[in-house]
Design a protein around this ligand. Structure first.
Ligand code: PGA
Length: 233
């Protein structure tokens, strides 16, 4: 299974290095796929079981794009994994589907492993399933769902950082629909914690989890990797 940590705007470089060292000790016997996405200034060259990826980058090699980093900055650290379409980038930082799809196309051409995030705001979910599916469909515009290095992450916006999650049945039912569209692994994200990860990972159509706040403590995140391992054994 896939267990991924999104640090968002947390943990300095120093803290990230300490975290990674501890994580590697904790997961050395695991054969789960583990990803860690540190803040941009905490990106590090890392060799170990866990793969370090970028939370974001601009779709250029380099150039005049103040405040952004490009491909060369990721390559410096040997990074070839990226999160694209996270709801905070869409809804807080204003990334449009067009921008998101340009990013996808660029990093796909560079052969990156892409964790592509989708998910609906609460008002859409409240409008019923048809609207929800239509909304999700709009987040596939310009996205190649057959891309071989794709991992999809379903993260309802209203579940991120709120402690709320959809019911297990709702997660399973949506993932099942997504499975009809792609053969990529599908992660669930949004308030995944040590105490709910097992139930979520046991769902048939869930191939892993993308964890935000509960990943910030290395022992909690390691525990989730351990739970994934136990389920698979
Ligand atoms: P959360 O964030 O676990 O803090 O809800 C998940 C995410 O945004 O990937």
């Amino acid at each position: 299974m896939i267990v991924a940590a999104n640090f968002k705007t947390n943990l300095t470089r120093k803290e990230t290095l300490v975290y990674l060292e501890k994580l590697e000790q904790n997961i050395k016997n695991s054969n789960q796929d583990v990803y860690v996405f540190p803040a941009t200034s905490s990106l590090v060259e890392h060799s170990g079981h866990a793969v370090v990826g970028a939370q974001n980058a601009y779709y250029v090699q380099d150039g005049a794009f103040t405040g952004e980093i490009g491909l060369v900055h990721l390559k410096e650290f040997g990074i070839d994994t990226i999160l694209i379409g996270h709801s905070e980038r869409r809804h807080i930082l204003g990334e449009s589907q067009e921008e998101v799809s340009k990013k996808f196309k660029f990093f796909k051409e560079k052969n990156f492993k892409i964790i592509y995030c989708i998910g609906e705001p609460l008002e859409i979910r409240e409008e019923g399933e048809e609207k929800l599916l239509k909304y999700i469909e709009s987040q596939f515009a310009g996205i190649d769902l057959d891309y071989k290095n794709l991992i999809l992450a379903y993260e309802p916006v209203w579940a991120i950082g709120t402690g709320k999650t959809p019911t297990l049945d709702d997660i399973e039912s949506l993932h099942k629909k997504l499975k009809q569209k792609t053969s990529a692994p599908i992660l669930y994200g949004g308030s995944v914690k040590v105490n709910n990860v097992e139930d979520i990972l046991k769902l048939e159509s869930v191939d892993g989890v993308l964890v935000g706040s509960a990943s910030l403590k290395v022992d909690d995140f390691s525990k989730m990797v351990e739970i994934a391992q136990r389920i698979e054994d």
